[in-house]
Design a protein around this ligand. Structure first.
Ligand SMILES: C[S@@+](CC[C@H](N)C(=O)[O-])C[C@H]1O[C@@H](n2cnc3c(N)ncnc32)[C@H](O)[C@@H]1O
Length: 294
């Protein structure tokens, strides 16, 4: 199962690797799914694509009549394609509406957050999801601008943010509003909640010996993956302060394969600089685990 099918790059490689492989691919962005469909036409009889969110994995498997899978792949975040279309509102460089919804069925947009949420909340979003030290100044600058009217476009917002950050902290390599845009995107799409929900159930959909791989691009995402894998590897759920196990132990669900996350090597970075913050963690469904729900 490719839980983030995107343009279908990973799905295509899995299908190409063996005629025995079948893929169920999900994406919550209809446009991405259409691209993926085109990319895998020659394997159409072995691929099932669904427009849905990966927090619905158990329901999706049920509707396609599959009980468990050999592998689960999550390649989190946005696709490069998202940044290339001004109308989606992800790009800092192309002026477009403040949208940022990956699933256009969602009702909250970046416009709603920037123009209508309390400034304290905007500051919190930018600090937490963007890990931006200038979050307070940026929120205050948004507040001042709001007094003159609505902030409607990515271009205007990018300028407000850039002006709020002292010039000496601007770099030539990264636009000063990058972290703020990332934060708003994560908030609009509730990306961290999605990952939490999916990882609570996904490992239980694996066959024994089946593997789950998650590629993340943000430290908060990676922390969720790491903590969930660790929790599901433990056979004792007593608080660490207990001198000995009082819970009686429980089945091990996952065995962690990558003690440290895999990161791209210099060759890969040369071909694909966007992979610079990628981390991949892999775990295997433990042999002893019984089928069941969390
Ligand atoms: C980094 S791209 C994946 C690229 C893909 N591996 C490829 O080879 O083309 C991430 C994709 O996951 C999708 N996505 C992110 N979060 C999602 C979620 N909660 N449910 C479904 N799709 C999601 C995005 O719409 C995007 O297309």
């Amino acid at each position: 199962m490719d839980a983030t099918v995107g343009e279908g790059g990973h799905t295509r490689e899995i299908l190409r690797a063996s005629k025995k492989n079948r893929v169920i691919g999900i994406d919550w962005d209809q446009e991405m799914l259409a691209r993926a469909k085109e990319r895998v036409t020659e394997y159409a009889d072995r691929v099932t694509l669904r427009h849905d969110t990966f927090s619905h994995l158990p329901d999706i498997l049920q509707t396609v009549g599959v009980k468990e899978v050999d592998g689960l792949l999550f390649d989190l975040g946005v696709s490069t394609v998202h940044f290339q279309e001004a109308k989606r509102g992800f790009s800092l460089l192309l002026d477009g509406p403040l949208d940022m919804r990956m699933d256009t069925r969602k009702t909250i947009t970046a416009f709603d957050i920037v123009n209508h949420r309390p400034l304290k909340e905007i500051e919190k979003i930018i600090r937490r999801y963007g890990e931006e030290r200038w979050a307070g100044r940026i929120a205050a600058a948004i507040g001042r601008e709001r007094q003159h009217g609505e902030i409607k476009t990515t271009g205007v917002l990018a300028e407000i943010v850039a002006r709020a950050i002292p010039q000496r902290y601007h770099t030539t390599r990264v636009h000063p509003a990058t972290k703020t845009f990332q934060a708003l995107r994560i908030a609009v799409n509730e990306e961290l909640q999605e990952i939490e929900e999916a990882l609570a159930v996904a490992p239980f959909l694996l066959k024994q010996g089946g593997r789950i791989g998650v590629i993340s691009f943000h430290s908060l995402e990676d922390r969720i993956v790491k903590e969930n894998f660790k929790r599901l590897e433990k056979t004792c759920v007593c608080p660490p302060t207990f001198p000995q196990c009082a819970c009686g132990g429980r089945e091990q669900v996952l065995k962690i394969i990558t003690k440290r996350p895999l990161t791209p090597g210099s060759d890969e970075l040369r071909d694909n600089p966007r992979a610079r913050s990628a981390k991949m963690r892999v775990a295997e469904r433990a042999e002893s685990a019984q089928e069941g729900s969390p």
